[in-house]
Design a protein around this ligand. Structure first.
Ligand code: NAD
Ligand code: MG
Length: 390
């Protein structure tokens, strides 16, 4: 029996992960499942899988969770500390799929166990890439990327030497507004931004797809995870979302990874690695698809991509600052305090201010430094929003 924990089990990635686990439930022993306000779903999952512990991140929901788990052997717990503790419980395969910087602590704890960490939480690599990779290395943990582009790159690299890699190309659908006239973007609403043309995902990541902040995070993830240089990473707009990534080798070959836009592929690959198992994803009929389209991303439409370049150049805590400023600007957009197009302006200004103050350059990243920067950059972001007339 393989011991499995799923952090963020009630989210989009979490639900897809449990869907795959349920198809061969006898093979897995579920150690920990965690969620947020959706106690009903968390308790349902814990009951269905006989989880050892179920944790909600909200301490005020503990009694509800206990009640929902009455009569089961599942232990109920609540709060960030309980989530961190659950991540130290021995498991062979751990899915890190909490959204946001709060996913970082369970990612680090899981890596420190030396087991296999299936990494969906992007913020872990963006904010603390070197810390996470070093922790995993020291503990002998395997990190398998679950972001679809990174899983695609990983798969294209099987059997290859990194020294033969010339470039890594990740694709972007272009998000909800790829066909909008650029002047209309200023009036885009959160509801419109939350409609993804191809993928079905959580709301925040869907809006980040429309702004390309998601792709900006992914570019940084590529650098941190695969150890390539920023000038080796390219983004290509590919509206069909069937090629997820390509790796270019020094002999000119391009290895592309194609598949239906279904996260269960990347999750399933990480679950069964190094083997491949049958997965319930649609098979592509390329004759039916008939055409694949590509365009270079327009920097005026997608300013977030250039910001990722700045972050990689600055290094240190720039990823943590970028992510926090982006998150805060996203909150402000969702709350209708700023326009869709203001998000990139806010983030650019935060990065400018912090690099002028020399706050970002740090040689060794620690969890404390990342947490401090997370709070600091959110405050700077708020100040920028309050004092700037966009
Ligand atoms: P989601 O919003 O659907 O789910 C998030 C999960 O995290 C839920 O279980 C929620 O209860 C939990 N959670 C939220 N805030 C929390 C907190 N402060 N502390 C502890 N738990 C908390 O998100 P998602 O779309 O499943 O994405 C999860 C992560 O995976 C994100 O980092 C996202 O960027 C990444 N990712 C998602 C997809 C996708 O297709 N959805 C693809 C690639 C990467
Ligand atoms: Mg992705």
């Amino acid at each position: 029996m393989r011991r499995v924990s799923v952090f963020g089990s009630t989210g989009s990635i979490g639900v897809n992960t449990l869907d795959l686990l349920s198809r061969d439930a006898a093979a897995y022993e579920i150690v920990a499942l965690t969620g947020g306000r959706n106690i009903k779903l968390l308790a349902q999952q814990a009951r269905a899988f006989g989880a050892k512990v179920a944790v909600t991140c909200f301490p005020d929901r503990l009694s509800d969770l206990k009640e929902a788990l009455a009569g089961t052997e599942t232990e109920a717990a609540a709060g960030p500390e309980a989530i961190a503790e659950a991540a130290t419980r021995p498991a062979d395969w751990i899915m890190s799929a909490i959204v946001g910087t709060d996913g970082l602590i369970p990612s680090l704890a899981a890596a420190a166990q030396g087991s296999t960490l299936a990494l969906a939480n992007k913020e872990s690599l963006v904010c603390a890439g070197s810390l996470l990779m070093d922790t995993a290395k020291r503990a002998g943990a395997t990190i398998l990327p679950v972001d679809s582009e990174h899983s695609a790159v990983f798969q294209a690299l099987v059997g290859e030497e990194m020294s033969a890699v010339e470039r890594v190309i990740i694709t972007a659908s272009g998000g909800a507004f790829r066909d909008w006239p650029i002047e209309k973007l200023i009036s885009a609403t959160p509801e419109q931004a939350a409609q993804h043309p191809n993928w079905s995902m959580g709301m925040r990541i869907t809006i980040d797809s429309a702004s390309m902040f998601n792709k900006a995070l992914e570019v940084i993830e590529v650098k941190e995870y695969f150890g390539v240089t920023p000038d080796q990473i390219e983004v290509l707009v590919h509206p069909e979302s069937l090629i997820h990534a390509m790796v270019g080798f020094r002999d000119g070959a391009l290895m592309a990874h194609l598949g239906a836009p279904d996260m269960r592929h990347a999750i399933g690959y990480a679950l069964h690695h190094p083997n491949r198992a049958e997965l319930p994803v649609a098979r592509l009929d390329l004759a039916k698809v008939s055409q694949l389209n590509f365009t270079a991303p327009d920097p005026a439409r997608f300013p977030a991509l250039a910001l990722a370049g700045d972050v990689m150049e600055i290094g240190g805590l720039a990823g943590a600052a970028f992510n926090a400023a982006k998150d805060h600007a996203l909150d402000a957009f969702i709350a209708r305090k700023i326009a869709f197009t203001d998000m990139a302006k806010v983030v650019a200004e935060v990065l400018n201010q912090l690099s002028r103050e020399n706050s970002l350059t740090k040689t060794a990243i620690t969890l404390d430094l990342v947490r401090e920067m997370d709070i600091f950059a959110r405050n700077v972001s708020e100040a920028v929003i309050l004092k700037t007339a966009f």
